[in-house]
Design a protein around this ligand. Structure first.
Ligand SMILES: C[S@@+](CC[C@H](N)C(=O)[O-])C[C@H]1O[C@@H](n2cnc3c(N)ncnc32)[C@H](O)[C@@H]1O
Length: 477
């Protein structure tokens, strides 16, 4: 039942209609999309869940598809991605510090603020749905607080809030971009440093993290031709990778070719770095390949398919047993042997591999567009810890590759400490091979792809439409 507008209130006033506030008499009804979004935020916050893995589970559990699933995805991913920006605005409106607010209530406030500031959902619907969520979640005492706070948020649109709260770009360029593009300051600085002389692209690079990317598929060589996959999936051929294609909206898992392993979901940048290593000119034998940090197996699957066609074999090493099992599933039927082992000392024969991929564990700052919560979960201290591991793994790779053999050192992060600094302290017998001309499809013709050390490759979402993958090709002397 709808209520008539009360006297003295504007038609769009969020106090209108069923935004009944704390004392509305009817039982709260939460629509399933917002329920899923709230459950996802709780899982990310309380259980350290990965949003992109948890969401399909929740959608299936609630039986959501079509428009409801799209709304749940938009609300949960959008809220996760912009959390810091939403918090700055909520803080400005709140009478209490945010860290004193019951965490599920704070989740609901973020969801409500996201709807008010970044969707076309009418303000009264955004507020009333959030109040309902809080009441249905067993926190009726917070309903009045939530209602009042979101009414304050609705006083401005997003641009209005950013104009009020963001520091001036001239005074504090990092702080300005951090708030306006919803990134932690340390990540703004890291990406700015990685852009080096092209720092003027920083706003574009950060904006690209906030775009929902297309799903990229790889047509596994020898298992399905790209044309066939294009016809089966309704996708379009990728710009650079000869095996890649871009899918429009939809669930890739529902495609028969993905379900039966002829194709897989894989960012085009990941395809390009693996292909560059596999196809780089090499003198001498070319039969033994190694993937030293293989889980969950995307690149091992591509390398395995190429190896099968070229009469080579691949050893794939992964330290986590669960992820090693994922690799085994991915490479089934391919000439790949999976070892659950520490890549720093995997017990494999020294000096025996022709090509070695080290797709190192990293901060993932190059794939923020695909991992909505990652930018707020990662901490600057993670970088030092990962860098030690990256250096140790590179040392191990250097011992496993044969003289004259090639290593592809890869990160899905452009952070200079994970790229240039690791390379600058590499083992002395590894020389850098110029990879910039070797990337399939020649992305350099469209936009620069030179990395921070001469000869290395840095892809970018805002330039190439790929994740920001880094590649250095190294030859053992
Ligand atoms: C960036 S991911 C690799 C992604 C993979 N190449 C793909 O394309 O699917 C890095 C992997 O290294 C694994 N890892 C971390 N430390 C390791 C170690 N010491 N030895 C081997 N693997 C390790 C992680 O568990 C993670 O699965």
């Amino acid at each position: 039942m709808s209520h008539p507008p009360r006297r003295g209130r504007r038609p769009n006033d969020p106090r209108r209609g069923r935004a009944s506030g704390p004392s509305g008499g009817r039982p709260p009804q939460v629509d399933p999309a917002r329920q899923v979004a709230a459950e996802l935020l709780a899982a990310v916050r309380a259980d350290d869940a990965y949003a992109n893995l948890k969401l399909p589970e929740l959608l299936a559990a609630h039986g959501l598809s079509g428009r409801d699933a799209a709304l749940a995805t938009e609300l949960s991913y959008g809220t996760s991605r912009t959390k810091g920006q939403l918090d700055a605005i909520l803080s400005a409106c709140s009478t209490r510090p945010l860290d004193s607010i019951d965490p599920p209530v704070l989740d609901a406030l973020r969801l409500g603020a996201y709807q008010l500031l970044r969707t076309r959902i009418p303000p009264h619907a955004a507020v009333s749905a959030t109040v309902d969520l809080v009441r249905a979640g067993g926190r009726p005492g917070a309903a009045g607080f939530v209602n009042a706070l979101l009414r304050k948020v609705s006083a401005h649109d997003l641009d209005g809030w950013l104009a009020e709260l963001a520091p001036a770009s001239d005074d504090d360029p990092t702080g300005h971009l951090a708030l306006t593009t919803a990134h932690p300051s340390w990540i703004v600085d890291a990406i700015g440093d990685a852009l080096g002389p092209r720092r003027d692209e920083l706003a574009d690079a950060l904006a690209a993290d906030n775009q929902s990317p297309a799903v990229h598929l790889v047509a596994r060589p020898g298992r399905i031709a790209r044309d066939e996959l294009t016809a089966e999936s309704g996708g379009t051929p990728a710009r650079y990778s000869p095996y890649g294609l871009y899918l429009p909206a939809g669930n890739p898992g529902a495609l028969a070719a993905v379900a039966d392993g002829r194709a897989a979901v894989q960012d085009e940048g990941s395809q390009l770095v693996a292909l560059t290593l596999a196809e780089a000119p090499l003198d001498g034998s070319d039969e033994r390949w190694l993937d030293l940090a293989a889980g969950p197996g995307g690149k091992a699957g591509l390398l395995g398919a190429l190896a099968a066609r070229r009469g080579a074999t691949v050893d794939a090493v992964e330290i986590s047993p669960h992820r090693a099992d994922l690799v085994r599933r991915t490479v089934s039927g391919l000439p790949v042997t999976v070892h659950t082992a520490d890549g720093r000392d995997p017990g494999l024969p020294a000096g025996s591999y022709d090509r070695v991929l080290l797709d190192a564990p990293c901060t993932g700052l190059g794939a923020l567009r695909r991992r909505p919560e990652a930018r707020w979960r990662r901490q600057p201290a993670d970088v030092a810890e990962l860098t030690r591991l990256q250096r140790d793994l590179l040392q191990s790779a250097a011992g496993l590759v044969r003289p004259g053999g090639l290593i592809g050192y890869v990160t899905c992060s452009p952070h200079l400490v994970e790229t240039a600094a690791v390379l600058n302290r590499r083992p002395k017998d590894l020389e850098i091979v110029d990879a910039t001309e070797l990337v399939p499809g020649n992305p350099a013709a469209d936009a620069p792809l030179d990395g921070p050390v001469p000869g290395t490759v840095q892809l970018w979402p805002h330039r190439h439409g790929t994740d920001a993958m880094f590649l250095a090709l190294l030859r053992r002397s």
